[in-house]
Structure formats: C-alpha cells, structure tokens
Design a protein around this ligand. Structure first.
Ligand code: FAD
Length: 316
C-alpha cells in the first residue's frame, strides 16, 4: 500500500523522519545507527534527501584555481533501497528537477521502478550556492509541477520522447508545501495556487517545510482547504540541536521562530542545552498537532536521532 493510501486510511497520527545520505567516503552504518533507535516506534516511512552536485574550486600551486563538480552526498537511490530491504519499511527517496534533464530524471525513475520504490517526493531543488536564482538544466524542469506531470505520464506508460506506450509505473508522489510561504513566491496566494497545481497534476500528499509555530501550520491547512486542496498535509518538525540553529534556520528556510523559543535558546550555553530545548519544544508542538488530528508528523533529523527518540517516547 502506498504511503499516501496509509495517510488517507489511518485515523491516528503517524510519524516519519528524514535522513541525509552520508557524506562521500562515510559509511552506510552511520545511517543505520541513526535509524536503529527509531525503528521500534514503527515509522510510516523514512525520507531520503537528494543532493545536487556542487562546484568546488581548489587553489593550485601556481595561484590559479581548478574547478570540480562534486557530489558531496551521493548514493541516495541505493541508500533508499538498502534501507527499504534491511528494515522492511516504506522509504521515500526525493527526486529533484535541479541538475537533471528530463531524460536523466526518467532514467532515475526507471531505476526506482525496478527497485519497486513507488513512493517518491518530488521537489525542485534550490539554486546552487552563490547563484541567486534557480536555473533549470537545459532540457530539465523549471517547476516541480512539470516533474509531477512527467511522473504521472510514466504511470500511464508515456515516457519522455517515446512515441509508443511503455511499461506503466506505479509511483505515488508527494510534494513540498510552505506554511510560511516559499521564499521566492511573490505572496502566499500565488504560492498556494502553485501548490494546488502540483496536487491537481497528481501529487497525493504534501509534506511541509519545518515550522516552529503551530498556528502557521493550522492557518496553512485552512488556506489549502479553502482553495480545494484536499490531500493529507504532513507537518514538518525540526528538533533544534545546535547553538547556531536560531541564526541559521530562519535564513536557510525562510521561517520565523516564536519569541518564546528565542528566549529559551538565548539562555543556552552549549549544544546539549539547545538539544534539550529542542526536545521540549518539539514535544509541545507534536502534542498539540496530534490533538488537532494531523495525519503525520515528519521529523527532520539530519542524522541525529537520540533527540527524536526522546520525543517519540513522550508523544507516541
Ligand atoms: P516548486 O513547487 O517548483 O516551487 C518553487 C517556487 O516556484 C515557489 O515559489 C512556487 O510558488 C513557484 N512556482 C511553482 N510553480 C510555478 C509556476 N508554474 N510558475 C511560476 N512559479 C511557480 N531540496 C533538495 O535539494 N533536496 C531535497 O532532498 C529536498 N527535500 C525537501 C523536502 C521537503 C519536505 C521540503 C519542504 C523541501 C525540500 N527541499 C529539498 C527544498 C526544496 O527543493 C526547495 O524548497 C525548493 O526551493 C522548492 O522546491 P519545490 O518543490 O517546492 O518547488
């Protein structure tokens, strides 16, 4: 059964979490160590992020620079498959527009289909570091809605640039939503319209960007429902772990932090203090969201799971 179907059919709140592939050269065991403490809580699924290649400039002895295109976290598809088969859990690999032509995306989708990885999360990806705007690959997609359409076409046996009908895939896709608006959207209404386009094109659920103020999520769901978005909306939560989080997260994710949370963070002296505040804040957020009947809570772990374990012990 697809993750989307389970979300639709299950009355109680479920939970999922997201992991990053290991940095190049690190072991898959690092990932298993992050999963092991959480698996006993029966996650609905585990998401595996995808990371675009980055341009790296290296200084040469003659003072010039060499340019290399490097993938710092390769192996997303293989990692997703390894986790699925080791833990017998639903795994959702992320599939991006960024850095890919439509043909390359199709090839990745064929790999996923062969591996029977039918649950996928479709995303655009961000502009690379140092670049102000997202520029699609020549022959790639500018917006996720077009990626959703490509996937749905494959589900009908229509492959890119192929005249005859091919094997039908069985993908069930989710997409991202932004309770505090996507950074590039001119306003919330425009952003919600684009979100609705993704759902109308075939996306079966939404996972939200992380938020620290539940009222933003409640208002987002209300606005989605008002314009006819009826799919499950999974709530994205990030348990804080670092002293730098309160400066970095708002910048990177374009989100607000409630003043109460800032005050609690200001009294923290170490990362361990922040982790404790993060656990307490996430527990309160989770409890309120569960009470309101959210379909699922999605924890952005970034590979740290001892704190998520404590949260799950308290709220589930
Ligand atoms: P889109 O839906 O394409 O929207 C991007 C912007 O374009 C929005 O402002 C939207 O309003 C606008 N827009 C959409 N359609 C149109 C249109 N037709 N015309 C004009 N404007 C339009 N990034 C990664 O690199 N790897 C990951 O693994 C990853 N995982 C993520 C998981 C989640 C749950 C979330 C919330 C984000 C994730 N991201 C990831 C980040 C994501 O790639 C960025 O937020 C990206 O900037 C937007 O992706 P999107 O799919 O929402 O894009």
């Amino acid at each position: 059964m697809s993750v989307a179907q389970i979300l639709r059919d299950t009355p109680k709140t479920l939970f999922s979490f997201e992991l990053l592939p290991p940095l190049k050269g690190r072991s898959i065991e690092d990932i298993y160590r992050a999963i092991d403490p959480l698996i006993e809580f029966n996650p609905l699924n585990i998401n595996i992020t995808y990371h675009c290649p980055e341009t790296v400039y290296e200084a040469l002895p003659d003072g010039s620079f060499s340019k290399r295109i490097v993938r710092k976290r390769p192996g997303s598809v293989a990692l997703a498959a390894a986790i699925k088969f080791k833990y017998k859990v639903n795994v959702i690999p992320h599939v991006l527009c960024a850095g890919f032509t439509k043909d390359q995306i199709e090839d990745m989708l064929i790999d996923l289909n062969f591996l029977e990885m039918n649950d996928i999360l479709l995303l655009r990806g961000d502009a690379p570091k140092g670049q102000r705007y997202f520029i699609p690959e020549p022959g790639g997609h500018a917006h996720t809605v077009d990626l959703v359409k490509q996937v749905m076409a494959m589900n009908q046996g229509v492959y890119f640039g192929k005249a005859t009908t091919s094997v039908q895939t069985h993908f069930s896709a989710g997409v991202a939503g932004y309770p505090e608006k996507h950074a590039e959207a001119p306003n919330m209404t425009a952003d919600l319209e684009h979100l609705k386009e993704k759902v109308d094109a075939g996306a079966e659920y939404i996972i939200t960007q992380l938020f620290f103020d539940n009222s933003k999520y409640f208002s987002f769901v209300e606005q989605c429902r008002a314009i006819g978005i009826t799919v499950p909306i999974v709530a994205g939560l990030k348990p804080l772990t670092l002293l730098t989080d309160y400066l970095q997260l708002p910048q990177v994710f374009h989100i607000d932090m409630p003043q109460d949370l800032i005050s609690a963070l200001k009294s923290c002296k170490t990362n361990a203090d922040v982790k404790q505040v993060g656990i307490e804040w996430s527990v309160e957020q989770s409890k309120e969201l569960i009470k309101s009947g959210v379909p699922a809570l999605h924890y952005y772990t970034l590979g740290v799971s001892d704190n998520v374990k404590k949260i799950l012990e308290t709220v589930f």
